[in-house]
Design a protein around this ligand. Structure first.
Ligand code: DC
Length: 216
């Protein structure tokens, strides 16, 4: 069984997808982490990823692997576990840029489809219901107001001890929404058969339960 959850940055997809997958005994697949892994490669090696040719030429040097350790998804970039290193705003913003490039999307498409073919998954991202898993059993389009999303991301960063500025986060989110929704290939949009869920005024439990209801 495949559950697809798409939505903009900071909508709460990963928190919810993790809980839903745990309740159902499914694997949680965070596809954003794969794009982040690719972005990290360019940042680490000081390669200008804004030059499309650089990205295309380097794609074959990048190996992205998903592994599950204690039921948690780990991302390996060329054999190194980078699961923690990818969780910065810098990497997230770079991921949004490289994700617009066809060669990058093509590289990840088959990895994502294969995992979903072989496992019961809750997969989150931007194009899961529209492109990666068009036949997913349940599709959710999860969103929240920009203010709510910025506040959630701010609280999350503060909890992990990272200093941040909420206005900057809001600007980043707006920019990321624009990039992810307006790119030519597989832009973020609600699939025709996806259930729209605005989580701005919902508790985590309410969101989880409303998805579980759709699965039953
Ligand atoms: O969900 P996230 O913030 O970790 O994702 C980082 C970026 O990766 C996001 O801004 C756009 C891109 N992405 C994508 O294009 N398609 C996906 N399925 C998942 C993420």
């Amino acid at each position: 069984m495949n559950i697809a959850i798409d939505g903009p940055a900071g909508a709460g997809k990963s928190t919810i997808a993790k809980l839903v997958s745990k309740k159902l005994g499914f694997i949680y697949v965070d596809t954003g982490a794969m794009y982040r892994g690719i972005a990290l490669y360019f940042l680490k090696n000081n390669i200008d990823f804004l030059v499309e040719e650089n990205v295309i030429n380097n794609c074959s040097n990048i190996d992205i692997e998903l592994k599950y350790e204690n039921k948690e998804q780990m991302i390996y970039l060329n054999g190194e576990n980078v699961s923690k290193l990818i969780r910065t705003e810098e990497v997230g913003n770079a991921a949004s840029k490289v994700a617009a490039i066809k060669a990058v999307r093509e590289k990840l498409l088959s990895i994502q489809r294969n995992i979903a073919k072989e496992n019961d998954v809750v997969m989150d991202g931007r194009d899961i219901g529209t492109n990666i898993l068009p036949n997913a059993d349940v599709k959710i389009y999860m969103t929240a107001s920009v203010e709510t999303r910025a506040k959630r991301r701010f609280d999350q960063l503060v909890r992990t001890g990272k200093e941040t500025d909420i206005e900057q986060i809001k600007t980043d989110i707006e920019q990321r929404d624009y990039q992810d929704m307006n790119r030519a290939i597989s832009p973020l949009k609600q699939a025709d058969d996806a259930y729209y869920l605005d989580t701005s005024n919902m508790t985590i439990d309410e969101v989880v339960n409303s998805i579980i209801e759709r699965v039953k």
